[in-house]
Design a protein around this ligand. Sequence first.
Ligand code: ARG
Length: 263
Amino acid sequence: MTRLLMCAPEFYGVEYEINPWMQVSVPADRDLALRQWDGLYRVLGELGAAIELLDPVPGLPDLSFTANGGYVQGRQVLLSAFRYPQRQHEAAHFERWFRGRGYQVLTPPAGCFFEGEGDALPSGETIFAGYRHRSDIGSHTELGQMTGLRVLSLELTDPRFYHLDTCFAPLPCGAALYYPPAFDEYGFRVIRHHVASPVAVDEALALRFACNAVVVGDTLVVNAGCEELAPLIEPFGLRLRTVDLSEFIKAVGSAKCLALNLE
Ligand code: ARG
């Protein structure tokens, strides 16, 4: 059973620039964002995901990107410590949500940034964890201690792919989608060595957020425009479902960023 945490984009917007793509001069259409988010919410629900909700908060336009709020395993969560001051107030809202439901809340070491599932994605007994642009590598020790899983650190080299979930997506059966140029030579070798079936996507697909994907059952949900993924994932028994998330691309998030795994 897939359980996800989402947050409606009632106060969503492009109000600052903290990644190379955001442009305040290209504002988001909030009504359209709400409809698109609703479309994703409905698709994930139809596929069988149980979805819990975090209340939107005025003044926190990126709060809908719940995947960045922490990393959950069982009843424990390693809470995020956001790198940019613009997002740091989000942590208290995630913390309140988790404490209110009885989770044990852990925090990264002082001075160490960590952006949750944005930079930490599980695959079997391994967590692939990105660092450099947002999360610090120091957070990976904490992640390993909390989960008891092997953490493989991957340096992200291209600022356009600032979170691991923009360039890497674990699929069931040990497969994963990835965009090779987003990693250094070492990271590339780690992926080739530790992912049973690595599936490279090209730049055009990566720029359409093909790696920012949510798997529910046998379906991979991604942004519209990534239809070319279908034949790449079919060998793993996966079907493709696309949802138009164009308004979220403006702040630079897509399907995965909008849903935190609670399992
Ligand atoms: N504007 C947000 C930021 O730059 C978008 C985060 C999207 N999440 C993601 N996992 N890529 O932090």
